[in-house]
Design a protein around this ligand. Sequence first.
Ligand SMILES: [Zn+2]
Length: 83
Amino acid sequence: MRRWCARHANLALVDVEELREPGEMLRILCECGDRHCTEWLAIRAEDFTDIRAEPNQYAVAQTHTDGLRVMRQTLDYAVVLQP
Ligand SMILES: [Zn+2]
């Protein structure tokens, strides 16, 4: 599943980040289900921590929410719930 791959890549990306400071912006891969998607999202480190604290929540590009339940929109990305 592309979404799990993206999440896996993002977690690896975040885990290698050291010396992270509050408010620091991360660049993560869009976690929509499209395996051809290569969109990068800007997200605050603590926001991504909140999103990944919920196993069914994903960060996707704002225009990549087809078929997904949108929990909230920000200027840079949308938080969706996978059914
Ligand atoms: Zn996408």
